[in-house]
Structures are given as C-alpha cells and as structure tokens.
Design a protein around this ligand. Sequence first.
Ligand SMILES: [Zn+2]
Length: 191
Amino acid sequence: MAKGRKYKCPVCGIYDHEDSMVVEKIGGQNKRIHKVDCYRKYEREKEFKKKEREELDELVEVIKETHSIGVIPNQFYSFLQDIRNGNELFGKVGQKKSKGGYTYRAISQTYIECKDTIDWAIKNKDFKNTMGMLKYTKAIILDNVYQVSRQIEIKKDREQQKQEVEQSYDYNMEKFNYKEKEDEQDISDLL
Ligand SMILES: [Zn+2]
C-alpha cells in the first residue's frame, strides 16, 4: 500500500498514514481518525453531543410551554449553558464546556415540577419583557434543580439495582432449567 501523505487525527492530534485510519466525513470534510481507540472515543463524543442536543431541544420546548411563549430570546441560551456547565455553582459564569453542572434533562424536569410556582409568578409579577420573566423563573429553577436532579439520580440507581436483581434471577432460572434437563437426561439414560 502506498504510504505517502500523513493525516492529522482530530482526536489525538497525531499525524499518521491513512491505512491505520478510518475516513469519516466531519463538517463536510473528510477526516482520518485512528482505528479502534481514537475512533471509539470519537463515536462516544458524537453520541454525547447528539444526546446533549436532543435534551436541549426538549428543554427549549418545556420552557416555551411553561411560559406560553413562541421563542426563547437568544441571550437566554447562555444562561441555560451556565446551568449545564455548572458555572452558576462555582461563580464562573460565561465559561464553557465543563458540563459539570446539571443535565438539560434535570433542568427540564425542574421546570415541569415548578410549574405552579412559575404560573404564580407570571400571573402576579409585572415583567418588562420575556427576558425579564425568564430570568426571574430561572431563579426558581436554580433553587430547586439540586433536589430534582437528586431524585433523578436516586430513581436511576433504583432502576439499575432492579435490573441487576432481574438479571441474577434470569441466571438462576437458567441454571435451574439446565439442571432439570440434566436430570431428565439422567433418567432416560437409565431406561
Ligand atoms: Zn488518533
């Protein structure tokens, strides 16, 4: 195989020959990514980004519905990202990409669970504009998101434990069935 040009792997940044790489179209360009390790990492990141996008889309819908608005002002997205990245918690507002805060799913769930409080605020407060309203209700979310996020975690743990119990039950049933079969065989051997 012709070994000439080397390509930079976008995952690890190392230059290599094409035959040890996978060709993938990223952002309209052909990129060469190392097989196995780098590719696996790349796929995991892609999957993560996809999930993030889906959960953000869902959150946007929830916010629109909760506040009866058609669109969310563009500036408000950076507030949502700050909650996602945990910047609100550590006083690093405006910094990005740590994803160390709350998931978009947890934030969505908090808006849903705080609907009564939000409704009350919308009815009783005199907001100048949509942004003013969203900033106000965001404070309600920040007050409650920890609790809701904890509940989601506990539920997830419980489901995982349930699954583990079911799996071990399946295993025991299989063992039991296998043993029965063995017993049957033993009997027929005697006949
Ligand atoms: Zn690589």
